[in-house]
Design a protein around this ligand. Structure first.
Ligand code: FAD
Length: 494
């Protein structure tokens, strides 16, 4: 008999929800995590009297209590929602381009139209048509992903879903400022409007406008901890500070894993939350079909980020923060902002999270925790000589501070604690190439209509779950783990 029924490699969002779902369904599961805490990206750490949130800016899919909302439903089903206190944010974001606009978009369909009409008068009808399209494309996208037969799907999905965001916006609006505000969430997906599929931006807008943006008291680490608890309470076992170094297979079928101390664990099924390049490398060349290797080589490692975490000795109001999330850009052209992610030039856009406008409990009274983030590709940082690295990251951090001063003048004077994370930091903690936290570049060729790594691992008993096998981000990866576990369980029953 195998040591366990299933091994899950990695305790990121998808690894945790997969492990919890499997163990609760009676599948004896071992979860192996190379770090010493659960969560992957979904973690936090302490500096002085502050706790710093690593990754979560806005949680989607939670909705208000009593409302049917996808992520709340999923966490409810796992017995986790009741252990968490969700913190609602009332705005999608404040978007600022000095000299062009400073607009706050509320989290609600009609309120968003009103606010955008006030900032860009004469666009109400266009906005209404645009948001109708957002809702329609999302509705049919979800139906398609739930396997509704193609002939029953509304053609709007195929006509509009894969078009670049830029084209759809150009068709609806003339005002460059309004188009820029509406495209702001592109950075949550890592691809600029010319390369991002409209269905992905639509899904993101829908998720926040319909179900509101949320955070969690205790940060994303509280959710990771609660997911681990339900897994352990169901009888699961976790090994921290342990990496899987090999996936054992025989005759095209998985038979277990090898750990970094050489121990081998036998299991019929292995779920990998690690990156695809690492997962297939762990299988060994002989076990991976040439076509899969060629395909992997053709894909682009996705974007990572540079984050400046700050503990500030002032309240959000004293500093000038009015929303939990703000985006400050230097110009209207998101393509130029994206191009800067491949250089160490001053970032053209930053996302500012002020975690005490709707407090998540990470800063003492009278103080606040703020993070500034900009997207960056890992290779830019990999090219910096080791002796230069520390200076480079603090130089770059100063450039983010220059940007945020537009909305929080004098913020530098309130700094009490700082910590900086570069793509190399993400790579070290996650084990992902380039520190990529959404997996591969999420452009139009990576969409679910073209690819489904989650369904096709090419090796029986190997299951892929997380940002490298489907969409990245919190809600998508939490959902992926449950989906993969269900498929695995169905396969066992068949
Ligand atoms: C700074 C930052 C900001 C972000 N902002 C947002 C946001 O606002 N909204 C949003 O939706 N998303 C955001 N994301 C992205 C989101 O956090 C990720 O896409 C998501 O959490 C990835 O989950 P995952 O399941 O793919 O696992 P990951 O979080 O990638 O975790 C993988 C886990 O596998 C472990 N592992 C890897 N290899 C091995 C091995 N060989 N053996 C054992 N363990 C292994 C790693 O240690 C890690 O714990 C952000 C991410 C970061 C880093």
């Amino acid at each position: 008999m195998a040591d366990v029924d299933a091994v899950v490699i990695g305790a990121g969002n998808a690894g945790l929800t997969a492990a919890a779902s499997l163990q609760r369904a009676g599948v004896r599961t071992l979860l192996v995590e190379r770090h010493n805490v659960p969560g992957g990206c979904a973690t936090s750490f302490r500096r002085g009297r502050f706790e710093f949130e690593v990754a979560l800016h806005q949680l989607s899919g939670i909705g208000r209590e009593g409302e049917e909302a996808p992520l709340r439903g999923l966490l409810d089903g796992l017995g986790v929602a009741e252990r968490l206190e969700f913190v609602e944010e009332h705005d999608l974001y404040r978007a600022v381009v000095p000299g062009e606009y400073d607009v706050t978009v509320p989290a609600g369909w009609e309120a968003a139209v009103d606010a955008l009409e006030a900032a860009f008068p004469g666009n109400r009808d266009r906005l209404t048509r645009f948001f109708d399209l957002v809702r329609n494309v999302t509705f049919w996208q979800i139906a398609a992903r739930r396997r509704m037969p193609a002939e029953e799907l509304d053609p709007v999905l195929f006509r509009q879903g894969l078009r670049p965001v830029r084209d759809v916006l150009d068709e609806h609006f003339e005002d460059a400022g309004l188009k820029s505000v509406l495209a702001t969430y592109w950075s949550y997906l890592g691809q600029p409007p010319s390369r991002l599929a409209f269905q992905d931006l639509a899904l993101t807008l829908y998720a926040y406008l319909e179900f509101k943006p949320w955070h969690i008291r205790g940060g994303s680490q509280a959710m990771s901890g609660a997911l681990l608890d339900v897994f352990l309470e169901a009888g699961g076992e976790i090994r921290f500070n342990t990496a899987v170094t090999g996936i054992l297979s025989e005759g095209g079928r998985v038979k277990g894993v090898r750990l970094d101390d050489g121990e081998e664990i036998t299991a019929q099924d292995v779920v990998s939350n690690a990156s695809l390049p690492l997962t297939y490398a762990m299988l060994g060349e002989a076990a991976v079909p040439t076509a899969v290797r060629d395909d992997l080589a053709s894909r682009r490692i996705g974007v990572s980020g540079f984050v400046l975490h700050m503990g500030l000795d002032a309240t959000p109001a004293e500093l000038g923060f009015t929303t939990s999330t703000s985006f400050v850009n230097t110009g209207l052209d998101h393509e130029a902002t994206y191009a800067a992610t491949r250089t160490l030039d001053a970032p053209r856009g930053i996302c500012v999270s002020s975690y005490d406008v709707a407090p998540i409990g990470f800063a003492p009274a009278g103080a606040t925790h703020v993070s500034l983030m900009t997207l960056q590709y890992g290779d830019v940082w990999e090219r910096i000589p080791a002796a230069e690295y520390a200076r480079a990251k603090f130089r770059y951090a100063e450039k983010l501070l220059d940007r945020v001063e537009v909305i929080a003048p004098g913020i530098r004077d309130a700094i009490e604690e700082v910590d900086v994370a570069t793509p190399l930091t993400m790579a070290r903690y996650l084990g992902h190439p380039g520190g990529a936290f959404y997996g591969y570049d999420q452009d139009r060729t990576e969409g679910w209509l073209y690819r489904n790594d989650e369904r096709e691992s090419h090796v029986r008993g190997l299951h892929l779950a997380g940002s490298w096998a489907a969409m990245g981000g919190f809600q998508p990866t939490l959902e992926a783990g449950v989906r993969v576990a269900r498929r695995l369980i169905r396969g066992k029953a068949a």
